[in-house]
Design a protein around this ligand. Structure first.
Ligand code: HEM
Length: 410
């Protein structure tokens, strides 16, 4: 089995400035299971084929989430009380018990409709404010409108509070990027995590006082008031939903705009009504694969093909690589906006499959519907700046100019 010393898969710099797609494609074709080491002794196995990634996702009995789903991330049982108490780092049976109230309070049909309305209103308003010739950083001006709408609905807060929450979670996830964290990444990670928890705590107190349960945080607050849910569990899961919602879709939106800029012919098919926004959304999700990988710890030996990954090993499941696997996707390295039977795995699979997947899909679909019917279009005018992170694929800067849509027809 291939063993890579000082692997680039650890390097945020590599993901920002090099070609991780190509590196992973070589691994997938020649070394679908490989070991990646770092000089401090940390090592993980990397799974890069769709089939292997999928089987790892569904084998939650052997591959635990309780030890952190991000390389170097916190939430390890020996260090962090979140393990087993927050969705993303909980295994059965506690995972199921946590998921039930959060799903029914935050991800029901009525909430989805509310989110869809607010997100559409926000996107429309920011697009309407733009004139031909304007130059903006799309990642700062437009992209945050997507999660802001979700926060407003799920947490029952106004735009200013949504903005504050967005900034704090951004630092948590982008803490290895100076754009968000300055020179002291770990301090920023801890400070921003505390900020979000304080904010959630205030919201919970307020909802308990007003006895309101008409949004997700209100529902969790009432569970706290009746003693059904410990307060720290409500806080941690509020944090999990806020991070999951904030740090993904804005990046997907920025990468979507960059993709449209590079794939005008494909985009035209959608504008001309030859492909539905629903089908196109799936291809944007596959193509952008915003959450590049997740990590598990093998608590028992785990067999992949001819290899046995021994108990005690960290295993990483590379979504971005699985989404380009030729055994599942025809012409995997081409962006085909009308791709059908799209089995993209951007949201993971199994019990931890993204609880926000319907929300994220709705956000991206709403966004492309609004872009397709807009009489203007974005033209990328400078090389996009990629996020320094091996965990989230995103852009920290996307300079665009606003043009007349009809001028880009040819
Ligand atoms: C394009 C956007 C998104 C992508 C690519 C994405 C990706 C993922 C992936 C791959 C997982 C599985 C993690 C694992 O197995 O360890 C996950 C879980 C999760 N996501 Fe998302 N996500 C997105 C949007 C959202 C949104 C909008 C929300 C909330 C509003 C959200 C909240 C969560 C939560 C709470 C979990 C944990 C679920 C669990 O462990 O049961 N995500 N996401």
């Amino acid at each position: 089995m291939l063993i890579v010393e000082n692997s680039p898969l650890y390097s945020a710099e590599f993901f920002a400035n090099d070609d991780p797609w190509k590196y992973l494609s070589d691994l997938r074709e020649n070394h679908p299971v490989s070991i990646h080491r770092r000089s401090d002794g940390y090592e993980f196995y990397a799974l890069t084929r769709y089939e292997d990634v999928y089987s790892a996702y569904i084998d939650y009995a052997r591959l635990s989430s309780s030890y952190g789903t991000m390389i170097d991330g916190s939430y390890r049982p020996e260090k962090d009380s979140a393990s087993g108490r927050m969705l993303i780092v909980a295994d059965p049976p506690s995972h199921g018990a946590l998921k039930k109230p959060i799903k029914s309070a935050g991800f029901n049909r009525a909430m989805l409709m509310k989110i869809g309305d607010i997100v559409r209103k926000n996107i429309r308003s920011v697009l309407n404010d733009l004139s031909v010739g304007d130059q903006i950083d799309f990642s700062q001006v437009v992209a945050p409108e997507l999660p802001k709408g979700v926060l407003e609905a799920l947490f029952g807060i106004g735009t200013d509070d949504a903005q504050r929450l967005l900034e704090a979670t951004r630092t948590m996830i982008g803490y290895r990027d100076e754009v968000y964290a300055g020179n002291s990444p770990l301090d920023s990670l801890v400070d921003s995590q505390l900020d979000v928890l304080d904010f959630m705590s205030e919201l919970i107190d307020q909802r308990i006082r007003t006895e309101s349960s008409d949004d997700m945080i209100g529902f969790l607050a009432q569970c706290v008031a009746t003693g059904e849910m410990p307060r720290d569990v409500a806080l941690l899961n509020g944090l999990n939903v806020a991070v999951g919602g904030n740090e993904t879709t804005p990046h997907t939106a920025s990468l979507t705009v960059d993709t449209i800029n590079n794939e005008r012919k494909e985009w035209r098919k959608l504008v001309d009504g030859k492909v539905s926004c629903e089908v196109a959304t799936q291809e944007f999700l596959r193509w952008t694969s915003t959450n590049s990988y997740v990590q598990r710890l093998a608590v028992d030996d785990f067999v992949v093909g001819d290899h046995v990954i021994p108990a005690g090993s960290f295993v990483t499941l590379w979504n971005m690589s699985a989404n380009r696997d030729a055994s599942v996707f025809e012409h995997p390295s081409s962006f085909l906006i009308d791709r059908t039977n799209n089995k993209q795995i951007a949201f993971g699979a199994g019990i931890h499959r993204c609880i926000g997947a319907p929300v994220a899909t709705l956000e991206i679909q709403t966004f492309i519907e609004e872009l397709a019917s807009w009489d203007k279009a974005f033209v990328v005018v400078e090389p996009p700046q990629r996020l320094h992170s091996n965990f989230m694929l995103g852009l920290t800067e996307l300079q665009v100019e606003v043009a007349k849509a009809e001028d880009l027809k040819s």
